[in-house]
Design a protein around this ligand. Sequence first.
Ligand code: KIV
Length: 267
Amino acid sequence: MNEKPPRVTVKTLQAMKRKGQRISMLTAYDYPTAKMLDEAKVDCILVGDSLGMVVQGKSTTIPVTLEEMIYHGEMVARATDRAMVIVDLPFPVGQLSIAHTVESAANIMKRTQCQAVKMEGGHQQAAAIRALVDAGIPTIAHIGLRPQSVHALGGYRVQRDADQLMTDAKAAEQSGAFAVLIECVPPDLAKLATEQLSVPTIGIGAGPHCDGQVLVTNDMLGWNSGYVPKFVRRYADLRSEAAKAAKQFCEDVQKGTFPSAEESFGS
Ligand code: KIV
């Protein structure tokens, strides 16, 4: 009988930081992708609101709704045995009243059965992070470039303000965040935060010094067309492979070579 592997928890991630073991995180938005990532032993699977851009084809993450996060989060959580599943709080859940933030996050936890939520913000969201943690909802804070604030930040830009980053990082930690995700900052700033925090840092476009790394799976598998950020490493070219297969299928249908006798039922 196949025993289920133990689930990665907040404690696992904190022990990994202490032992200097790097944490892997990738995004998923559907059951088969989440199952594949879980079997590949990715430590954390993030149901990111990046789904607005990579799944829905929108230009920002801002239009993504709470119901959409729950819809995708439930499929992902159901597919996993080992990975910690983290679901994003969509805009503007973390920016409204604290009661609304806690209620929305609790709704996500109840209906998806995920293990944690992610919220954009640090210093300004400190009270909301504290309220989530006090309600028993493990929370990871997302600082540096916060895509939900793209218009306020003047675009998807590298964030170079060291004081702001450290203020956000420390406020998140002091409010009880179990980890801090740092997006698009120079490596030396991410290094400073990683050294000064006792909770793990997970970087994206933040250089090699973080305690862990996260990428958008669709980017790293080469599944998207169009712009790919500088920090993405392409581990596969699935879009070209899939396009070749689709063209071959069209040719076979036109030539009448699909389906063959073996692919048909006998009478
Ligand atoms: O929404 C998301 O997928 C994210 C990653 C870019 C870290 O926040």
